[in-house]
Design a protein around this ligand. Structure first.
Ligand code: 5GP
Length: 173
């Protein structure tokens, strides 16, 4: 296991993302939707840096389980508690990999007629994309490899790490 992004690097980037979002949503009250479970640490830091009028809700999709490769199948396991029609919605994701999860989420949320829909992802493995998705606010573009820490797990472990580490360099051959 090797450190990929230090606590300091993450904090600095989260602060930058927050100021971009604050500027873009000035005078609005965005609804930030955290995708469980991996995004909860990022989301909690992000909203404190945003320091503006906002709301938070959560959704959960089927995940990798305990394996390190994607099944490619996406299912909604927890839906929102609130309606989003007419709202300015920002999806907050931990990692965009193939893009399948995000593309499913965007389609699902678009049907509910939000006033706007944007995506904020801490990590983007853009080279692995299988379907086109737009990431409006991206923390770091990273190479392939399985990462953990800062809310992101491997078999439910390592979420507590304040930094992001890579545990396998090439798991997706
Ligand atoms: P996608 O649908 O874009 O292929 O997958 C996105 C989801 O896969 C992420 O939200 C995350 O839950 C999981 N994922 C992708 N890469 C990694 C990784 O390196 N580590 C962990 N723990 N999960 C990952």
């Amino acid at each position: 296991m090797r450190e990929l992004l230090s606590e300091q690097m993450i904090q600095t980037r989260v602060r930058e993302l927050a100021s971009e979002i604050r500027r873009d949503y000035e005078g609005k009250k965005p609804l930030l939707i955290g995708i469980l479970k991996g995004s909860f640490v990022f989301l909690s830091d992000l909203i404190r840096e945003l320091n503006m009028d906002l709301e938070v809700d959560f959704m959960a999709t089927s995940s990798y389980g305990d394996a390190t490769t994607s099944s490619g199948v996406v299912a909604l396991t927890k839906d929102l508690d609130v309606a989003i029609e007419g709202r300015d919605v920002i999806i907050v994701e931990d990692i965009v990999d193939t893009g399948l999860t995000l593309s499913y989420l965007c389609r699902t949320l678009d049907q509910r007629l939000p006033s706007s829909l944007a995506v904020c992802a801490l990590l983007d493995k853009s080279a692995r994309r299988e379907t086109e998705v737009q990431v409006d606010y991206c923390g770091f573009d990273i190479e392939d490899g399985f990462v953990v820490g800062y809310g992101i797990d491997y078999a439910q472990k390592f979420r507590h790490l304040p930094y992001i580490a890579i545990i396998e360099e090439e798991v997706h051959e």
